[in-house]
Every structure is written in C-alpha cells, then in structure tokens.
Design a protein around this ligand. Structure first.
Ligand code: R5P
Length: 293
C-alpha cells in the first residue's frame, strides 16, 4: 500500500529545460523505439514541425450519430489535405475513408460504453492487433479511465494493447478520459497522463488545464490535446495556440472542426497554428478570409 500520508507534492518540472533523452529521433520518448514504431510515429507527427493535426471522429462509438458526423463519407475527403491523421473506429474508417487517402490512421480499439449509461468507464479491447495491422493503423487508441470505477480494467486494456503493439511495432495512444464527475485540474492530469505514459504508450491524449506546461514537462511522451465541446472558432483557435505554446505536439480535435459551420476552413486554420506558427489571432483572420473567399 502506498504511504499517501508522506507523499511530497511534486513541484520542480524544469519547464524550460528540453527533454534530455532525445538524441536520434525528433519525438519525445521515442529514442529507443524500433524502426517500425518510429515510422508510424513519423506518419502521425510531421517530421518538419514535429506536430500533428489529428481529426477525431470516433464519437459515434459511444454517442451514435453525432451532429456534424452524419456523412463521414463526404467529410473525410474534404478534410484530408489539412489534417495529418484520422482518428476513428474501424467501422467508420473502413466504410467511409477512401484507402487512397494517405493520412495516418489512429484506430480506436476499445469500446463498451454508450452515452445511455451513467458510468462510461467500463470498456474492453474490441479490435485485435491483427485487424489493426490489416488496417495499416499508425497507432491504436485506448480510452483510459484513471480514478474511475473501471480504472483497473481500463489499465488492463491499455497494457494488453501496448503489449500487442510492442510485438508488431504499432504505437499506442492512451486517451486520458474525463468522466463527468472527475476533476479537470492540473493535479488530475499530471497523475493520469503520467500513469498512462508509464504503462508504456507512445502518445498521450489529454485536455488543456491550468499549468498545462507542467503536465507536458512531466509526461515523457508527446501529448496531443482534445478540443472538447464546441467553442466559437476564435476560442478553439486560442485553445490550439495555447497548448502548442505550452509544449503539446498537436491537437486531436473533433467537434471544434466538424461542428463548425465551415469545417474545412477551420481545419485549415488549426493546421496553420499547429504547423506554421500562426498565432490564434492570425489563424482566426486566416479563417475569416477563407470563409469570405
Ligand atoms: C473522446 O473520447 C474521443 O476520443 C474524442 O475523439 C475526443 O474527445 C476528441 O474529440 P473532441 O475534440 O470533440 O473532444
């Protein structure tokens, strides 16, 4: 049993000191990985900027048909030029993503919950490694619930997927889940992202929070940030800008792209922030110019 009483609160994150074990490959924590893993990661994270724009459309796996995702077959080809990676379920990708699109694939491999339940934290590994390889997945996404009822089974899922991924050099993306009763504080995200990274996954997805730069500093693999609920476009671009400034290696954005009135122009603007160093204001001006022709 851990002695929680004597626990010293961590405070020295050296946020301005670069990660020390990075010689040889441009992504944090990936130095000692095998060639195939690095190749998949290079498909996801643009080698020039080191960052990624992931487009998340896996919402249907627990929400069903979601506003903005009614016709993935029409949406995905339009967004493809402006995003690096598609994140979805095998059902959505196989049916609606033309195989000639060369975007990286982040394949959602866990399921078991639906929005009709109060507690979403009980999932299983639904897609095996063979099907992930058949789909040429560049990483496998596992919903991970730290501090929730289903924590143990969700860590078991994460470790099963990481073990299979290590056998065949397919990276794992640990998705830090936030249940409706779970705190969205830096304390929670430091705990959860670090636990997920220490299980051995190669990418962690989480949310923005206060002191986000400390969450990044204490996480030894690249962090990508979820967009969350739909915001005004200017605010969503500010979110993207802030997290990139604080060390995120990209965004994994869904609703703030597909629920925008102009999803393509929004994806283009997010891309400018993530890859070209645009500020949020510059990107919003670019968005307005794009929609006004
Ligand atoms: C949530 O569990 C899903 O993984 C979504 O892909 C994720 O939340 C990103 O989508 P959004 O930007 O809409 O939050």
């Amino acid at each position: 049993m851990a002695d929680l009483q004597g626990l010293k609160v961590a405070k020295d994150y050296h946020v301005n000191v670069p990660f020390a074990n990075q010689n040889g490959f441009y992504l944090k924590g990936s130095n000692s990985l095998e060639w195939g893993m690095k190749r998949h990661l290079a498909n996801i994270f643009n080698p020039k900027s080191g960052n990624t724009v992931m487009f998340a459309f896996d919402h249907g796996y627990f929400m069903g048909s979601t506003a903005g995702l009614e016709r993935l077959d029409l949406l995905l080809p339009k967004l493809a030029p402006y995003v690096d990676c598609f994140m979805g379920t095998r059902g959505a990708i196989r049916t609606c993503c033309p195989p000639e699109l060369t975007n990286a694939i982040a394949l959602r491999v866990t399921s078991g919950s639906s929005m009709l339940q109060d507690d979403l934290s009980h999932e299983v590994v639904a897609v095996d490694i063979e099907d992930s390889i058949r789909m040429n997945a560049d990483c496998m996404a596992v919903q991970t619930f730290i501090g929730a009822d289903g924590q143990m089974s969700s860590l078991d899922n994460l470790n099963q997927v990481i073990n299979a991924g290590m056998r065949y050099s397919v990276p794992t993306l640990g998705v830090c889940a936030v249940g409706k009763d779970m705190e969205r504080t830096d304390r929670f995200f430091k705990l959860a992202t670090r636990i997920i990274a220490e299980m051995g996954c190669q990418i962690v997805k989480t949310y923005n929070c206060d002191k986000f730069e400390e969450v990044v500093a204490a996480c030894p693999v690249p962090i990508v940030v979820a967009g969350g609920k739909k915001l005004a476009e200017a605010d969503a671009l500010t979110l993207a800008y802030e997290v990139i400034q604080k060390g995120a290696r990209g965004v994994d954005m869904g609703r703030n792209i597909f629920q925008s009135e102009h999803p393509v122009e929004m994806a283009m603007a997010v891309n400018k922030v993530v890859h070209e160093g645009f500020t949020d204001k510059e990107a919003y001006e670019f968005y307005l110019d794009s929609i006004n022709g």
